[in-house]
Design a binder for this molecule. Structure first.
Ligand code: PAF
Length: 284
């Protein structure tokens, strides 16, 4: 069932809760692919009822990013959700979420601001304010849907870690369920932004997963020194790539690692033309 208003979702969820049903929420920005589908499947399996939100959240896009261009495919998303057994697709307008005129500046809107230590690195460094927008909208979705479980992909690992921290710090009664990255057979991590890549770009995009898989193989062969592990990346890069970061950080608190261990995540971001892609791998 496709719903566009907050009141209708609340009404439906209230009925479910009265009947003792557990509720799962899968927050998305739409343009659903098999990565999202794996989250949806987990929720449908684990919870009595599943809500998928489809909302391209304007406040998490920085100036100059792809807000206008971001793929919007609601009809296809609705079909995929219906086929997967989703109970509600919640697709609000920006006005429904942020009010009249939706004045998206923090002079006029209450924001949830995650801790600086978690956002002053990796994607947060180049996407200033991005995680404020993510935490604010996810907090709103939690308040609207009041799910027992919420499902997030490990593809956006920094986001996942920040959202877990938000739930803990703000005592939000929801359990976050992390879901593994889904990859194409060639290793490319699924992402809605892959739609921006030409066939040639897609070949260049394989560098991300190749670098990560190779680092993991080296780690498994006994190399623990982070500078030595980082060195192995350069042979996969060419002039089509602009490396934004390759960093080794703790899986829980994003502290930088000089020596890799089983709790280390390797994070990578690189640009191919105008398309910025991210990926990560756990060394455990
Ligand atoms: O990961 C995403 O697609 C978005 O950041 C999220 C969590 C749906 C919030 O808009």
């Amino acid at each position: 069932m496709l719903i566009h208003t907050i009141d209708e979702v609340r009404e439906k969820v209230k009925e479910w809760k009265k009947q003792g049903f557990t509720v799962g929420l899968v927050p998305t920005m739409g343009a659903l692919h098999n990565g999202h589908l794996s989250l949806i499947k987990k929720s449908v399996e684990k919870c009595d009822k599943t809500v998928v939100s489809v909302f391209v959240n304007p406040i998490q896009f920085c100036p100059g990013e792809d807000l206008e261009k971001y793929p919007r495919t609601l009809d296809a998303d609705e079909k995929l959700c219906n086929d997967a057994g989703v109970d509600i697709i919640f697709a609000p307008s920006p006005k429904e979420m942020y009010g009249d005129g939706h004045i998206l500046s923090n002079d006029f809107l209450t924001y949830v601001i995650p801790p600086f230590f978690y956002v002053n690195k990796l994607c947060g460094k180049s996407r200033v304010g991005h995680f404020d927008g993510v935490c604010t909208v996810v907090n709103k979705l939690f308040n609207i849907v009041q799910p027992d479980f919420a499902f997030f992909g490990e593809k956006d690992r920094q986001q996942l870690i920040i959202l877990k921290k938000m739930v803990k710090d703000l005592n939000i009664p929801v359990r976050i369920i992390p879901c593994p990255i889904v990859r194409e057979e060639n290793g490319l991590a699924l992402s809605s932004r892959n739609k921006y890549l030409s066939d040639e770009d897609k070949q260049h995009a394989l560098a991300l997963s190749k670098i990560l898989f190779n680092i993991k193989a080296c780690y498994n062969n006994g190399i623990k020194d982070v500078s030595e592990l980082s060195e192995t990346a350069y042979s996969y890069l060419n002039n089509h790539h602009s490396l934004e970061y390759l960093e080794f950080r703790d899986a829980d608190d994003l502290e930088e690692k000089k020596t890799a261990d089983d709790n280390t995540i390797v994070f990578i971001a690189l640009k191919i033309g105008n398309v910025r892609l991210i990926d990560n791998i756990a060394l455990r």
